[in-house]
Structure formats: C-alpha cells, structure tokens
Design a protein around this ligand. Structure first.
Ligand code: PAF
Length: 287
C-alpha cells in the first residue's frame, strides 16, 4: 500500500520530511513542475520512483520566468486535479509553495547562465532562463535530493539546468527524461490546452517537420536547407509564425555546420519553437 501524499507549503515542512527520510537511510528524487499535469509529467514521476525511495513533486507557477506579455495569468492552475494524479504515480510529497515563500520581500538574487541562454528561446524570451535557473536553484537547495528529473521536451532548459548545477557544485544528479507524445506525435505539454480543436489537428505538423529535417541532416543534407524546408512546412500547415527551427549540438547548443553534417560525427538535435494560435509550442528531436 503506497504512503498517502503529503502536501508541504513551506520550506520548513519540505526539509523536515527530507530529514526524516535521510535519517531512515532513504534516497530522494525531485520532479519540479508548474502543475497542469499530463502523462509526460506522470512518466517523470514514475521514472523518479525507479531512481529513489522517495519522490517529491513540486508545483509552482514561477512568475519570474514569464515575460510581461506572456501567459503567467492564463497558465492553467488545477491543484486538486494534479494531486489526484500524483498519489497513484507513487509520489510521496507535493511541495506547492506560495509566491512569498519562494520570493519573500527583499528577495534580490538571480542565477544567470551565459552562452546556452543566448540562443534558441533566449532572444525570444528575455529573462526566461534567469527565472528558471533561479527557481530551480532554490528548489534544489531547498530539497537537496539525490536526483532531479526534467523532461527533454524543454531541451534548452535541461542544458541550462545541467550547466548551473555543475558550475555551482550543487550536489544533485540532473536526469533528462525523453518526451512523451500523443499518438499523432504532438509532444505533451500543459500549453496544448490553449489549442482549439482545429489547431489541435494542425499541431503534429511541428514534430513531423523536425523529424524529417533530422532525418535529412543525418543523411548528409545541409542543416540550413533542411531546417528552412521544415519552417516552410510548419507555416504551410497553418502555424502563425516560427521563432526558430535550428540544428544544434546537443551539449553546447552551438550550430551544426554543413561539414559536420556531411561527416555525421556529432551528437545533434533539431529544436523548434512556433506559434499556433495563441500557443507557443516547442519541440526537439535527436539527429
Ligand atoms: O519546466 C517547467 O515546468 C519549469 O520551467 C520548471 C522547471 C518547473 C521551473 O519553473
């Protein structure tokens, strides 16, 4: 019989639980989320359960990672529904802090990562990765788990989190978990809730286009030509605009050059961000 889910709203409650587990010799995994949980999140929780004795999920819609014209207010919030999904997934604790618990009056610290945050989503979402890095640093230090798990759908976010965790010597292993997809290929995302039924039919075109581009590049086609074709296909399918579709090195996120693509001796990824109606969808795939 699994333990029932405990909810902590403050850092003291979180730390007390972790301390008790540590004293009993148990390992701990952390899965940070912003809630509106879907099967992709549940897969993260189940993977976490296989990695550690105890699993903590966090739900916090982090205001500092949203730009002024972004969807912070509209972001779906459904804690009761989320709680009902967490318990059967074997999660032991939900940490769902209030904004003042995370950012008390006088809060003045930011975690900023250069390089990795200056490409792809970085220029389109100024301040976003600083907000993510700051809140994830706090969550890691508040819980001090053995391992923290993040979805590969947010591939750039995962690279940034790995970077600052190593740079700041935070003693937590960071694990990326492959994207969970709908039957038609659409990557699961809380923001899919913004799609109208008509847009939902168009949405898998993004995954189809980057899959084709990754396949072409793997067979020696130039990355520029392959990703330009993918952009055309996505726009023709009905997407409103494309922020980027790019071929990048998986670890550094540096651009893949045509010579490397021809030789095929690199570990690469095609990454994309595009608007469909009011939803900004992101996705990526290994080359
Ligand atoms: O990927 C997310 O849901 C968020 O960016 C994260 C990692 C929970 C930080 O707020």
């Amino acid at each position: 019989m699994p333990d029932s889910l405990v909810i902590a709203r403050d850092v003291a409650g979180l730390r007390a639980a972790v301390k008790a587990w540590r004293m009993a010799g148990q390992s701990v995994a952390l899965v940070p989320t912003m809630g509106a949980l879907h099967r992709g999140h549940i897969h993260l929780m189940e993977t976490a359960k296989a990695r550690a004795d105890k699993v903590i999920a966090t739900i916090f819609v982090n205001p500092t990672q949203f730009g002024p014209n972004e969807d912070f207010a509209a972001y779906p919030r459904q804690e009761a529904k989320d709680v009902a999904l967490l318990e059967p997934a074997g999660v032991n604790m939900l940490f769902a802090p209030t904004p003042p618990e995370m950012y008390p009056p006088g809060f003045a610290t930011k975690v900023s990562v250069s390089g990795l945050t200056e490409v792809l989503c970085g220029p389109f979402r100024p301040g976003h990765f600083e907000g993510v890095a700051t809140v994830v640093t706090k969550l890691l230090l508040q819980a001090l788990p053995d391992v923290a798990l993040f979805g590969e759908k947010d591939f750039q976010q995962l690279a940034v989190i790995k970077r600052f965790t190593a740079d700041l010597n935070i003693p937590v292993a960071i694990e990326g978990v492959p994207t969970v997809r709908e039957a038609d290929g659409l990557a699961m995302s809380s923001r899919n809730a913004y799609l109208t039924p008509e847009e939902r039919k168009i949405a898998p075109a993004l995954y189809a286009a980057i899959t084709k581009a990754a396949h072409s590049i793997a067979h020696g086609e130039g990355p520029m030509a392959a990703t330009a074709l993918a952009k055309d296909e996505v726009l023709k399918a009905g997407f409103r605009s494309v922020d980027y579709i790019d071929a990048r090195h998986a670890d550094t996120l540096a651009s893949v050059n045509p010579g490397e693509a021809r030789r095929g001796n690199f570990s690469g990824r095609v990454l994309a961000a595009a608007y469909l109606g009011r939803a900004r969808l992101i996705d990526n795939i290994q080359i």
